[in-house]
Design a binder for this molecule. Structure first.
Ligand SMILES: [Zn+2]
Length: 445
């Protein structure tokens, strides 16, 4: 095993074993363990290392190589150190063991995203140790609390420590899974934006009464059932936005496949011919989605309920605002709209970075050293990452990595927050070398 591959493997195993499980509560995560681990790893490499711990246990770590020219661009490589919980009974190997089995490191976070957090750290240390003194500044950020809302990690740092984490360009999770285009060349998706989440609770009202005489009662549960059905039946408008168009056109697929997927009138018929997983993804990329997920209501078996609360997970496209969402709900509910009150809303709008940037060009150039004839293609993420905090400051932020072809796109998607999460050593080597190549390309004179 080459030195860097051995190093990134070992670091990843330790990050997995730290088990920084974030269950959404303030007292979970305890990412301080991994901040300590990384501080120890960087020791003696000549990097400027700082820690930020807004609440006890939730530490993030910044390491930087200061550029020689203040007007040159700054690149920030960001990996999170927390992971989601894992149910060990469902795994073939201990999710927090970090075992190396047949050339793969197993454990929670092996793909999301301790693999990249580790490879970014090794690349940064390698660059510092090699005496890399670029024009632009390179910042490495190991951030806490990505798997909840980013409150104690990226949100805190972008709001309170702009001097530490301010950058022109950010790379974080996730992308770079090789897929084959229609012409046989490799395509590497870059996440250039992500959908917003607008989580809300709807209260559906009724009139209480004795459940022994239900005739002509105003039963909130019955109304709620109709509300949920209308939301499920609602067909939001198909939006063919620029990154969707560029993604499809970039895949070099036959025109008979591409044309209907770029036509709002034929889009849904085209989806019906695709495998379900792909159809779901394509639908989410081009529509606002509304999913009723939780319902609470009623008090007692013999009481007609006067209130039912229904929670919705709504995901918005770039440019959509809360009034747009409210208009969609009104349209979906029709004459039931006045039976519904919106109680709580957590609106986190979509974000998107431009595609024509020096970082884009650097990623394209650097990737070709690993996959000759590869092309990078933009994608919109349907989930959220810490990139959103940086995009809101005007930073260009992409999700990227580089993976071997041992893993299929489907394998990869299934392992995110799923069982038997693991990564192969070749992927660890590729991403480590990619970060070094991108930093040299973008920041060097
Ligand atoms: Zn992640």
């Amino acid at each position: 095993m080459a030195t860097s591959t051995a190093e990134v493997t070992d670091l990843l195993q330790h990050l997995i074993r730290n088990a920084c499980v974030n269950d959404g509560t303030r007292g979970s995560g305890f990412e301080t363990r991994s901040a300590d681990l990384l501080a120890g790893y960087f020791d003696g490499a000549g990097l400027d290392v700082q820690r930020y711990e807004p609440v006890p246990g939730r530490a993030s770590l910044v390491a930087r190589i200061e550029g020689r020219r203040p007007d040159a661009p700054t690149l920030l490589l960001m990996g999170h150190t927390d992971v989601v919980p894992a149910n060990a009974d469902r795994w073939r190997h201990d999710p927090f063991g970090g075992e190396l089995v047949d050339g793969e490191v197993w454990g929670r976070g092996a793909i999301d995203m301790l693999n990249l957090t580790a490879s970014m750290a090794v690349a940064t240390r390698n660059l510092a140790a090699s005496g890399f003194r670029p024009d632009g500044t390179l910042i490495y950020l190991a951030v806490a609390d990505e798997e909840a809302l980013g409150t104690w990690g990226a949100e805190h740092l972008t709001h309170h420590e702009p001097d530490a984490v301010g950058a022109d360009y950010v790379i974080t999770e996730t992308g770079g899974i090789p897929v084959t285009g229609g012409d046989g060349d490799v395509r590497l998706p870059v996440l250039v934006g992500e959908k917003g989440s607008c989580w809300c609770t709807l209260r559906i009202g009724g009139t209480p009464g004795h459940a022994s005489q239900p005739y002509a009662t105003d039963n909130a549960l019955v109304t709620a059932a109709r509300v949920v059905q209308r939301l499920a039946d609602y067909r939001p408008t198909t939006r063919i936005h620029d990154s969707w168009r560029r993604f499809l056109e970039g895949m070099a697929l036959p025109d008979e496949v591409v044309a209907p997927l770029l036509d709002p009138d034929r889009f849904l018929d085209a989806l019906a011919t695709l495998p379900t997983g792909m159809a779901r993804q394509f639908h989410a990329c081009t529509h606002t989605t509304i999913a009723p997920t939780v319902a609470h209501g009623g008090t007692k078996t013999n009481v007609i309920p006067d209130a039912v609360d229904v929670q919705l997970d709504i995901r918005t496209l770039p440019g959509e605002t809360l009034p747009d969402v409210q208009a969609m709900l009104d349209e979906a509910l029709g004459d039931l709209a006045d039976r519904v009150t919106m109680l709580e809303v957590h609106d986190d709008p979509a974000t998107e970075s431009p595609v024509d940037t020096p970082l884009w060009d650097s990623l394209a150039r650097a990737s070709r050293a690993f996959y000759a004839d590869s092309h990078i293609v933009p994608m919109l993420s349907v989930g959220a990452t810490d990139a959103r905090f940086f995009r809101r400051l005007g930073t260009t932020a992409y999700g990227f990595g580089l993976f071997s072809q041992k893993l299929t796109f489907d394998d990869y998607v299934t392992m995110f927050h799923g069982d038997d999460e693991r990564v192969d050593l070749e992927s660890l080597r590729l991403s480590t070398e990619l970060w070094e190549a991108v930093a040299r390309d973008l920041l060097a004179p």
